[in-house]
Design a protein around this ligand. Structure first.
Ligand SMILES: Nc1ncnc2c1ncn2[C@@H]1O[C@H](COP(=O)(O)OP(=O)(O)OP(=O)(O)O)[C@@H](O)[C@H]1O
Ligand SMILES: [Mg+2]
Length: 379
């Protein structure tokens, strides 16, 4: 039997680029065939960033609608080029699983909501491929957080029948999945900020730098952790809240950081910039370590990490120091490149949709029941 091919598209909170993967599914086998990352055009990133911050744009709805179409056109062009380079036809692909770009995530609003843009009608029409999109809002409609969604995929891909495993995704936000091994009961939740604050602060301090992030933590390495600032950051209520929980740039952004800094009696601008970067590394490591220690049923000796943060050696050393009893490995050890995992999850969720299989885990998101996620947009 020939394998079914699906395309997964993911652009996370960091907006570092669109990750595209072609994944082959056969019965219980999942095989990554191809990956490409396409940087988002600067102008699109600027527009998306403005939409992520409330009250920065007059006629926000107009700008939302423009970005919705522009992001989809960008994705369609990237997909078409990717497939052409791979010499694959659009008819070779069963469906595209498209996450879209999150511009708001407010699971605690009344009523709660989450918003991903990237018009799936446009993407389907321009690529000629069926698109499954809008994965988060059904879970929200059922009282869930709508996030994180990757734990179900982590279970399909990484679980071991012998021992529990924990997977940490260091994206814009960090989320952890606990896989119980022979027992039942997958857990998962967002631990708090990861690269979103690191990237935001780095860009503010280096607006002209060619990199939009602190490559290998070189800037942070020049600074020293500021304990008082760290303590005020860690005192945010989010960290003490038990799961289910999820968060985003709505909660953790540079305005939040400035407010936490003021609690020390100083303005953020009065701190040495590299010290702030070092403190944000420590904040990520400490909040992850606390969350894993507090909320996971137990802490496996070996922990696996994916997402872009896996490439930041300073962050990885801070995690090792925060949880000295554990060994960290990249998911590459399990055969999956850390940068590919999230996009693969959305290819998998598209397939779940077509097979009418639930994609959410109520124990993770807090939804009232398992459900098929997303909607189908035919070309
Ligand atoms: N070599 C590196 N050194 C330091 N940081 C890196 C390196 N490579 C990637 N990163 C960090 O990883 C980030 C991208 O990670 P990733 O793509 O997993 O996040 P994301 O797109 O926001 O995903 P998510 O949806 O999981 O939040 C970059 O913005 C950067 O901060
Ligand atoms: Mg990314």
């Amino acid at each position: 039997m020939a394998a079914d091919l699906y395309l997964g598209l993911m652009s996370g909170t960091s907006m570092d680029g669109l990750d595209m993967v072609v994944v082959a599914f056969e019965e219980h086998q999942i095989e990554l065939l191809h990956h490409r990352q396409c940087p988002l055009p600067d102008e699109l990133v600027e527009r998306l960033n403005l939409l992520c911050q409330p009250q920065t744009l007059a006629d926000e709805l107009h700008h939302y609608a423009l970005a919705d179409r522009a992001f989809a056109e960008f994705c369609a062009a990237a997909v078409s080029q990717f497939l052409a380079d791979l010499q694959l036809a659009h008819t070779d692909i069963c469906a595209i699983g498209s996450h879209g770009q999150t511009v708001r995530h407010a699971p605690s609003a009344q009523p709660s909501y989450t918003l991903q843009l990237g018009d799936a009608n446009t993407l389907a029409a321009l690529t000629g491929i069926a698109v499954v999109a809008d994965f988060r809002r059904k879970d929200i409609a059922l009282g869930g957080q709508g996030a994180p969604l990757v734990p179900a995929f982590h279970q399909a891909l990484f679980s071991s029948s012998e021992q529990p495993r924990a997977i940490l995704n260091l994206g814009g936000i960090a989320n952890v999945t606990w896989l119980p091994g022979p027992a039942t009961g997958v857990m998962g939740f967002d631990t708090g900020p990861a690269n979103t604050l690191l990237d935001g602060w780095f860009r503010r301090c280096h607006p002209e730098a060619p990199d939009s992030f602190d490559r290998h933590g070189a800037f942070a390495a020049q600074g020293e952790v500021q304990q008082e600032l760290l303590e005020h950051c860690l005192a945010d209520d989010y960290f003490a809240k038990p799961p289910p929980k999820s968060t985003g740039r709505d909660d953790f952004n540079l305005t939040w950081l400035a407010t936490r800094a003021q609690l020390t009696g100083n303005q953020l601008s009065e701190f040495n910039p590299a010290d702030v970067q070092a403190t944000l590394i420590e904040l990520t490591a400490r909040s992850v370590a606390q969350a894993m220690t507090n909320w996971l049923p137990n802490l496996p000796e070996t922990l696996f990490v994916c997402g872009g943060g896996a490439y930041n050696p300073l962050l990885m050393s801070a995690l090792t120091a925060a949880l000295p009893q554990c060994h960290w490995h990249s998911t590459a050890v399990l055969g999956v490149n850390p940068q590919h995992v999230e996009a693969m999850a959305f290819a998998w969720l598209a397939r779940c949709y077509l097979k009418k299989q639930p994609g959410n885990l109520p124990a993770v998101t807090g939804a009232s029941r398992p459900t098929v996620l997303g909607g189908l947009f035919l070309p």
